[in-house]
Ligand binder design. Structure first.
Ligand SMILES: Cc1cc2nc3c(=O)[nH]c(=O)nc-3n(C[C@H](O)[C@H](O)[C@H](O)COP(=O)(O)OP(=O)(O)OC[C@H]3O[C@@H](n4cnc5c(N)ncnc54)[C@H](O)[C@@H]3O)c2cc1C
Length: 316
């Protein structure tokens, strides 16, 4: 099959690798500059900072098998066992050099076309036709769409596929954040991560402590409520406000550079009861997948991508 996967985040990449290993002709499309989606790492001066997912946990045997392999390959390491002084005993994993390295690793050997926006999906003769932003059309004997759901739905408006109402109503929390580089280490206590330290922040991450950066650099993610209520503020006001709130964790260090980031579709608020959504009412199979299906986190995205591959293989 010629399989087109829209979205080269973790869900799309794991689906793509699985279908490619099974001998299919797989093409991944992503509007971003590099694969990874919310597995995002940014270079700022001499530092590297994770600005999407900060770490991941492992709850299923299926995902554990992948993580074990990535650990064996030296890509992934255990960062800590919780963000309170005594921890909670459950491993939190990070990626050496930043989370995006995992995406790049998974993209190796796959046909991943970045800077490529899928614009619309239409029914063709025995296949789906994916229209790209340069007006070219890619035929697909099976189509997998792994974008955050509101983006997937706008792509599918002309597809003729009837999407379940509950799925169409999925909403996402937003996240405002700042990336900060410092002239010396900041004041985030060991192990270098803080979860929900107050009403403003949902996470504060020390990129050196988790092995993303060799230069002092902190990531501050604003809590969902704070992000929602400041979303339309001018960018400079958001940056100044977050930087002010960040002061206790910057400590005595001097700020070298600050970069704000807005995640419109950070976290799905509701999760679909199945690990992906399969439909064969159109000219060819269509699967929707991503973290809105198997859990609003890295592991959920991975499991959904694998479920999408399994449902294409089994035809249901
Ligand atoms: C700020 C933040 C912090 C987080 N922290 C954590 C954490 O600490 N631990 C954890 O486990 N999870 C965390 N998450 C969640 C985790 O990052 C996601 O659950 C996971 O990465 C989602 O993967 P995905 O493949 O489902 O979607 P995505 O990674 O969003 O991939 C979808 C891809 O689709 C592409 N796309 C969209 N529309 C189009 C189009 N029309 N054409 C082409 N491409 C398109 C996008 O560019 C994107 O690359 C966090 C998320 C955010 C935003």
């Amino acid at each position: 099959m010629r399989i087109v996967i829209i979205g080269a985040g973790l869900a799309g990449l794991l689906c793509g690798r699985t279908m490619s290993a099974a001998g299919h002709d797989v093409t991944l499309l992503d509007k971003g500059r590099s694969p990874g989606g919310r597995l995002a790492t940014r270079r700022l001066g001499p530092a590297r900072l994770d600005h999407g997912a900060q770490f991941f946990t492992v709850r299923s045997d299926n995902f554990a098998a992948y993580v074990q392999r990535w650990q064996h390959d030296g890509l992934v390491h255990e960062w800590c066992r919780g963000f309170t002084p005594s921890g909670d005993g459950f491993p939190r994993y990070a990626v050496a050099g930043g989370m995006n390295r995992l995406a790049k690793h998974l993209a190796e050997g796959l046909d991943v076309r970045c800077n490529t926006l899928a614009f619309a999906v239409r029914p063709g003769a025995g296949c789906w036709e994916v229209q790209l932003d340069d007006n070219s059309v890619l035929p697909a004997d099976a189509l997998v769409v792994t974008c955050p759901l509101p983006q997937s739905f706008s792509l599918l408006v002309s597809s003729g596929v009837e999407l379940p109402v509950d799925l169409r109503q999925t909403e996402y929390d937003r996240t405002l954040s700042i990336l900060v580089t410092l002239d010396r280490p900041g004041a985030v206590p060991a192990p270098g991560g803080l979860q929900n330290p107050n009403d403003v922040f949902s996470f504060i991450g020390d990129n050196v402590a988790k092995g993303a950066s060799s230069h002092p650099a902190l990531t501050f993610h604003a809590a969902a409520e704070w992000s929602e209520s400041h979303w339309d503020d001018p960018r400079d006001d958001i940056t100044a406000a977050l930087l002010g709130h960040a002061a206790p964790w910057i400590g005595d260090a001097s700020v070298l550079e600050v970069s704000p980031k807005r995640w419109r579709f950070a976290t799905p608020r509701t999760i679909w009861p199945e690990a992906c959504w399969f439909d064969d009412s159109g000219p060819a199979p269509l699967v929707l997948a991503g973290d809105a299906f198997a859990g609003p986190r890295v592991e959920g995205a991975a499991l959904s991508g694998l479920a999408a591959a399994a449902s294409l293989a089994s035809g249901r």
